[in-house]
Design a protein around this ligand. Sequence first.
Ligand code: HGY
Ligand code: MN
Ligand code: MN
Length: 426
Amino acid sequence: MPDTVAPNLVAAVSESRHWDRMMEMAAIGAFTDADGNIGVNRPCLSELDRQARRLLISYAQQAGLPVSVDALGNLFLRHEGSDPTLAPVLTGSHMDSQPNGGRFDGIWGVMAGLEAVQAIRESGVATRRAIEVVAWTNEEGGRFAPGCMGSMAYAGFAKPDTWDAVTDLQGVTVGDALAEQHAAEADLPRRPLGVVDGIAPHAYLEAHIEQGPILEMEGDEIGIVTGIQGSRWFLVEIQGRTDHAGTSPLRIRRDAMQDAVRAITALNALMHDPADVLRFTVASMEVFPNTSNTVADRVRFTIDFRHPDNEVLQARGNAIAGVIQAALQTCRFTLTERFHAVPVNFQQEVPAAVERAAKAQGLRARRMPSGAFHDAQFMVPLCPTGMLFVPCRNGVSHHPAEYSTAAQLAAGTRVLAQALTELANT
Ligand code: HGY
Ligand code: MN
Ligand code: MN
């Protein structure tokens, strides 16, 4: 597509309709925090998730988009192209949120895809290829670890039943939660999981809030995402013995809490990076039996480790077990790797289409990597893949204060609509 704006397409993107729908969606799982911020807690495969999906389906029906769902619960809205023999272009993101999440992470990419496709249809702009808007199951990994289950299974990184036995904190398994979802959505047409008859998508473009401060700080309106850093998740369990806090001498204790502190301190040293590029986070911990006057016999904690350089990601990640072993004084431990996403660089086609659309629409755009992982990470081996970002206030995300304006979301959606149109006509 030449570097020109498709004026009727850009005009067909409705800022007010898009914002109103975003706020209607944000009401599902909404809560207000102590500072008055409105957040969202919408776990994957929950009743709230199903309410949000039903609302999305109602919007799709208004727009004339048939829906379908696959074995992992990935939900697809389809806009037919003029040539059904051609592979479709995919766009979308996720609808599940963090437990203390915001109103824009993930869901904006799904709603922007819907608004972009609806604008394409209302503007009469023709596309040779179909465009499918997808809502991926469990991107966050908050309720069930790991994240990106739906996109990993779709792209063939894992078999669909890989996580069936994984449980949430209430002991519900992924298998049971998925079965409940399928039963509640039995009216939706089922589609095969993943690439069918070898026909991979022609391209994948995901719209997402930046979740960082760069665009806002630099006064840019669109992020042309060049790639995504690598992420590795681990679960560590330190195993000791319970004892009475008042009677057991320290010299005989096998205190899982004390050894967990030693292990985390040693891991901080392993993960030290003066350049502050490496990301190392321990943010979830369970203590057993978790009473003040009984020595802990088990402590479970999570590791979220990220880096853009795969050599560092592999070397430091593979050193974790030895560092923990050396740090423990009286306990044993187990280490389970739950997520492993290598760094990806997007092929040039999709970022170039985003850049052309942003330029044609007179928007300030910058090329930048993503610190957050996304479903797009797993689409790269399948097809030309890319993402576009819009700014979010103070770069805040995974928090109720997460915020982007109606104008920012509409600008991102107009770029998405134009880039999707170009990709669907190549
Ligand atoms: O954790 C992440 O990077 C993503 O926001 N789920
Ligand atoms: Mn996200
Ligand atoms: Mn997120």
